[in-house]
Design a protein around this ligand. Sequence first.
Ligand SMILES: [Zn+2]
Length: 302
Amino acid sequence: MTEKDKIYRLRELINQADAIVVGTASGMSAASGKNWRYFYQDDDVYKKIAGGLREKYGDKNFFDAYYDPRMTKGEHWALVLRSMDHTRKAEAGESYEDLKELLDGKNYYFVTTNQDALLYRFFPADRITRLQGDWRYFQCKNRCHDEIYENEKILDELLPKIEEDSLPEELIPRCPHCGGEMVEWVRSREFLQGKLYKEEYDRYLDFIRSNATKRILFLELGVGMMTPMFIKEPFMNMTYQLPEANYVTINPKHAKIPKEIADKSLNIQDDIAYVLKKLLGKSTEHLDHQDKNNIFDSSKIY
Ligand SMILES: [Zn+2]
């Protein structure tokens, strides 16, 4: 099938679907522009967040810096706070706007491994399930109680107190119950999968259950191969099991389909930003339609 045929076919699948389950991962945010690629590349955003730590430790992207065991606790916190600040302030980019336009009036539901909360700027919270947490919240590192805390105010207080790329350790936020350290609410060994997490997960399953016999489209945007168990594999399995289901994956590098569901599936190996524009019949000229060999490799994270 030519690229043009694939776009046409996807348009048709979206129009005919009774329900659309959209799975988004790092590739979706990366497609939204330069504000959202610092997790895996040595760009201006990463340089701003890392400050002097970049030179000091030699890490060349946020992901490596975030997991660098050589950093002091205070330095790690400086990195985390600056990333949170960037996440809440930076522009989302056109791809999310295009996605919103594409889904307008449709019966859709999102499942995401992204922690940047960009979906919440465009879509209602009751149509989103977060599988890996959200940078806008803290939790108790000891998981001594089942609650997450909005970190907006704490962020405003602590950012000006970072000195020489380090937060003084006595300022690290503390749990109001056990006095232990707080930590960002994102997937890690300590990740809190409490009541809220389960409610959101059930809501996602309910959406699938209630549409299980209808024409349901699993639309996968930018899911890599690092954690296929969260979105990719369930989408493939459900496509195999549900009679009227279809599966579409859009990814510049990992748009592969197993033969068992080949007749119900479509793979578009291309830039998501570009495909969304094409689906809407919009111009793609202003996009930096990247060379496929140099494009962001979403297999690296999430
Ligand atoms: Zn606690």
